[in-house]
Design a protein around this ligand. Structure first.
Ligand code: ATP
Length: 293
């Protein structure tokens, strides 16, 4: 039997590193915006005699490991361990979200696997499933919901925004090389770590709710960006070019290197995307699909 799911991507409209815990984890205040595009398609095969033993991962993208280091493998192992079910599953990943791009692709795939296993077996109460997700990765609980959220703690403390939010017209540019999240955190200027500017953060949240894209674009923030941009100056060029082509504001998402821009409307976003594709044909350019709220 095959079960299918879509794993959405995300951008961080705001990413403030507020502290570092003794165990090495960074504490953050972040605004997570899920996007329906790009998204991965995940197919889980259960109760199938051709899956003889263990967890099989299939992915044509060579940048994605298919052994036990794949985060989907970790998710499936955890579900099996917590339920006592025999882990005999095939997971096929059709990868569309750029890898190591700051768009949460791996975490989203893992959340999709947990959701599909739960949908089929219904073995874990919701709080237990959420805890299992957190053990797989700090961003996995967010993708279990894939709704706009304010994240704090190490990203696991989530406040989901209620109601239907206006769709934000976003253009994404991925330059094609990976950035390790570990590198980005290790190399950020420690002086940036500290309390978030709550007024700015609240103003951003209000602007998102109100669909005030110009204000929203002026309040984007990412503490990881300066170090990553210093290493890869092309990212500053991409941000500048997005603005030159008419975007309202641009920033790097997560640990990068994907850069995104907010535009006044979707027609304009398509124009900005077309101009970026023409100027940087070797790069992946996306216009976000409908936001999820
Ligand atoms: P985040 O925004 O959460 O920091 P990211 O988008 O920057 O994540 P991912 O695409 O999740 O990064 O990939 C990070 C690393 O994880 C990759 O270099 C890859 O080797 C490994 N990986 C393991 N499983 C997956 C998966 N299912 N999809 C993508 N990468 C995976």
């Amino acid at each position: 039997m095959k079960i299918r799911s879509i794993a959405y991507s995300k951008i961080n409209l705001f990413l403030k590193v507020t502290g570092k815990r003794p165990d090495g984890y960074h504490e953050i205040l972040s605004f997570f915006l899920p996007l329906t595009s790009p998204a991965d398609n995940i197919v889980l095969t259960v109760d199938d005699l051709t899956v003889l033993f263990g967890i099989e991962i299939i992915c044509r993208d060579k940048k994605v490991p298919t052994d036990e280091t794949n985060i989907c493998h970790k998710a499936a192992v955890r579900y099996a361990a917590m339920t006592g079910l025999p882990a005999k599953w095939r997971i096929e990943i059709d990868k569309k979200i750029p890898v190591a791009a700051g768009m949460g692709g791996g975490s989203s795939d893992a959340a999709a696997v947990l959701q599909m296993l739960q949908k089929h077996y219904k073995q874990l109460p919701l709080p237990v499933l959420t805890r299992a997700a957190l053990h797989v990765g700090a961003d996995v609980p967010f993708f279990m919901e894939s709704r706009p959220a304010i994240a704090s703690g190490i990203g696991e403390r989530l406040e989901f925004l209620t109601g239907v939010l206006p769709e934000i017209p976003v253009v994404l540019v991925n330059p094609g090389f990976p950035v390790s999240a570990q590198w980005a955190y290790d190399n950020m200027d420690p002086a940036l770590t500290g309390p978030a500017d709550k007024d700015r953060f609240n103003a951003l949240t209000s602007a998102v709710r109100a669909g005030n894209f110009k204000t929203c674009a002026g309040l984007l923030h990412n503490d990881l960006a300066p170090a990553v941009i210093r290493k890869f100056p092309i990212l500053q060029i991409l941000k500048d070019r997005l603005l030159t082509h008419g975007a309202l504001g641009a920033e790097m998402t997560g640990s990068g290197p994907t850069v995104f821009a907010i535009c006044s409307d979707f027609t304009y976003a398509e124009k900005v995307a077309a101009a970026m594709r023409q100027e940087f044909p070797e790069m992946d350019v996306f216009v976000s699909g409908k936001n999820l709220s």
